[in-house]
Ligand binder design. Structure first.
Ligand code: AMP
Ligand code: MG
Length: 485
C-alpha cells in the first residue's frame, strides 16, 4: 500500500470543466536517485519525510509510488510566447493534487519533468538536471529574499538521459505553488469562445485566491484590480533585487502573483538597465527595465480574455478594460518609488527623491557598478570606502544623498536598518549558479548544498561570505542563459 507521508490532498481543480485538464499518470522511472530534499519545507507544510528510507523517498519523488489521495493530472493552458499566441498546457508536468497544510494553506504539488502529456507538442516530456537545480536554488533564494515564489521540495535524477544539445542526466523537480493558474489559463478559456468556461475559471480563481472579490459588484473587474496590485508588487520585488526573469510569457505569469518558471532567469551583476541573459530573447523583450512594461502587456492579455465578463456590451467592456490597464503604470510607479526609498533609507516624500534615484542609477551604469553591492555598501556604512566610490562623480551624488537623509529627521541607524532589509548582502550570482550546476552534473553536490545554506539568510551581514559577494571577473562573466527545455 502507498504511504501517505501525511499529504493531505483536497484537489479542487478537477471541479473545473473537463477542458481544463487531463487525468494521467507520470511515467515510471527505472533508477530514481535523490539529489536533494527540502526537509525544512516538508516540515513547514506538515509532510512527514523522516520516518522512511531514502529508497522510498526516491520512489515518492519520481512518481513511482504516488502518495495516497493524489489524483495526477496535467493542466491545459495557452499563452503568448514572445508576443505570439499558442495553445500550450503542461507538456512535462503532473499535478499530484492540492495539499492542505496544518495552517490551512492550499498548495499545488507538482512534478516537473515527469513524462509526456497530451500537451507535450514536439517535446519529450522530460527535464534535465541542470535547469532543475537552477529552479530549486533560485526559487528557494527568492523565498528567502521575501519574494513571492513557487517553492522546491525535491529533486531526483531518473537514471535516464535526455537529449538536448548533448545527452544530459534526466531529473524531476517537485514544485509547490499557491496554484498554477496563469494568465494563459484565462487565454485558453477565452479561446474556446464559450462564456461558461470563462465564468467557471473566473469563479474558481476568485474563490481560491481572492475570496474578497465575491462581494464586488463586478467580479471580473475585481479580479483584475487585485491581480494588477499583486503583479505590481511582484515586479517591484524583482526590480529591488536585480532579478531578470527572462521568459515573461503570459503562460509564465501566475494569477496568485508568485514568481514561476525559473528557466533562463538570472540576477544582474553590474547595473545596466538593458541587461538580458536568455539565449532565446532576441532584442531583449524581457530585459531588466522592460519587466514592468511586459507585466502590463501580459495583464492587457488577461483583460482581453475577460472582456465577455466585464460587460455584456462589447464597447463598454473594452472601454472599462482600457481604463483598468491604464492604471497599471500609476500603481507600479508608486510602489516602485516607495521601494527605492527603502533601498536608500529615505523616509517621507521629497520632491528631489526621483532625481536622486535617477542620478544614482546613471552613476552606477556609467561606472559599471555592481547593483547588489552598491546598495549594500551604502547600507553598511554611510561613507563606503571601496575604491569605486572615491571619484568626484560619486562624491557629488553622495553629498546630495546625505542632505536628503537629514530631512528624515531620524538617526542614520534607523535608515541603515531599513536599507539592510531591502538590500541583500548575498544573491545567487549567475557565474556561481553555473558553477554549481556544472559540478552537480558531474555528481558533485557539495557546492549546491553549501550555496543553499548560504542563501538562507540573504540580508545578514557575514564577512565570512565575502567570496559570494564578489562579482564575476571578466572571464567568469556569463552573458547567456539557456532554458534547457
Ligand atoms: P516553459 O518555457 O518551461 O515555460 O515551457 C513552455 C511550454 O513548453 C510549456 O507548455 C511546457 O510544458 C512546454 N515544455 C517545455 N519543455 C518541454 C519538454 N521537454 N517536453 C514537453 N513540453 C515541454
Ligand atoms: Mg512555463
Amino acid at each position: 500500500m502507498a504511504a501517505t507521508y501525511n499529504f493531505n490532498f483536497d484537489t479542487t481543480y478537477t471541479s473545473l470543466p473537463k477542458q481544463f485538464f487531463t487525468r494521467l499518470q507520470p511515467d515510471h522511472v527505472e533508477y530514481p536517485r535523490i539529489v536533494n530534499i527540502n526537509y525544512k519545507l516538508a516540515e513547514e507544510i506538515g509532510v512527514n519525510l523522516n520516518s522512511t528510507t531514502q529508497k522510498d523517498l526516491s520512489n515518492l519523488f519520481s512518481g513511482n509510488d504516488l502518495p495516497d489521495g493524489s489524483t495526477p493530472l496535467s493542466q491545459a493552458y495557452a499563452g503568448h510566447q514572445f508576443g505570439y499566441f499558442t495553445m500550450l498546457g503542461d507538456g512535462r508536468a503532473h499535478l499530484l493534487g492540492e495539499h492542505i497544510t496544518p495552517n490551512g494553506i492550499r498548495l499545488d504539488v507538482q512534478f516537473k519533468g515527469s513524462g509526456k502529456t497530451p500537451y507535450s507538442r514536439s517535446g519529450d516530456g522530460k527535464a534535465a538536471l541542470g535547469p532543475m537545480i537552477r529552479e530549486y536554488l533560485i526559487s528557494e533564494a527568492m523565498h528567502n529574499l521575501g519574494i513571492p515564489t513557487t517553492r522546491s521540495l525535491a529533486i531526483i535524477t531518473t537514471g535516464q538521459e535526455v537529449r538536448r544539445e548533448t545527452l544530459l542526466p534526466g531529473a524531476i523537480l517537485t514544485r509547490l505553488a499557491s496554484s498554477h493558474i496563469r494568465v494563459g489559463t484565462f487565454e485558453f478559456a477565452a479561446n474556446h469562445e464559450n462564456k461558461d468556461l470563462l465564468e467557471a475559471l473566473l469563479d474558481y480563481t476568485i474563490k481560491r485566491h481572492y475570496p474578497e472579490v465575491l462581494d464586488y459588484p463586478n467580479k471580473a473587474i475585481g479580479l483584475i484590480e487585485n491581480i494588477m496590485e499583486k503583479q505590481a508588487d511582484l515586479i517591484v520585488h524583482w526590480m529591488r533585487v536585480g532579478f531578470i526573469h527572462g521568459v515573461m510569457n503570459t503562460d509564465n505569469m501566475t494569477l496568485s502573483g508568485e514568481t514561476i518558471d525559473y528557466g533562463p532567469c538570472a540576477f544582474m551583476d553590474n547595473y545596466d538597465p538593458n541587461t538580458f541573459f536568455s539565449s532565446i530573447d532576441r532584442g531583449g523583450r524581457y530585459s531588466f527595465m522592460n519587466q514592468p512594461l511586459i507585466a502590463q502587456w501580459n495583464l492587457a492579455r488577461l483583460i482581453e480574455a475577460l472582456i465577455p465578463l466585464i460587460d455584456n456590451n462589447f464597447d463598454n467592456a473594452v472601454n472599462l478594460g482600457e481604463k483598468l490597464i491604464d492604471q497599471f503604470p500609476v500603481i507600479y510607479q508608486q510602489k516602485w518609488l516607495s521601494m527605492m526609498r527603502s533601498k536608500l533609507g529615505l523616509y517621507g516624500d521629497q520632491p528631489e527623491d526621483q532625481m536622486l534615484i535617477k542620478d544614482l542609477f546613471e552613476w552606477m551604469h556609467n561606472n559599471d557598478a555592481d547593483f547588489t553591492n552598491t546598495f549594500r555598501d551604502l547600507s553598511e556604512s554611510i561613507k563606503p570606502t571601496e575604491k569605486i566610490y572615491q571619484v568626484s562623480s560619486f562624491q557629488n551624488w553622495h553629498n546630495q544623498w546625505k542632505q536628503r537623509l537629514q530631512k528624515n529627521n531620524k538617526p542614520w541607524d534607523t535608515s541603515a536598518s531599513m536599507m539592510r532589509t531591502s538590500n541583500p548582502f548575498i544573491i545567487p550570482r549567475n557565474h556561481q549558479v553555473e558553477r554549481i550546476i556544472n559540478a552537480a552534473a558531474n555528481g558533485d553536490l557539495e557546492y549546491f548544498r553549501d550555496f543553499l545554506d548560504v542563501l538562507q539568510n540573504p540580508y545578514k551581514t557575514d564577512n565570512k561570505l565575502e567570496s559570494y559577494r564578489t562579482p564575476p571577473g571578466p572571464r567568469e562573466r556569463i552573458y547567456q542563459t539557456f532554458c534547457g527545455t
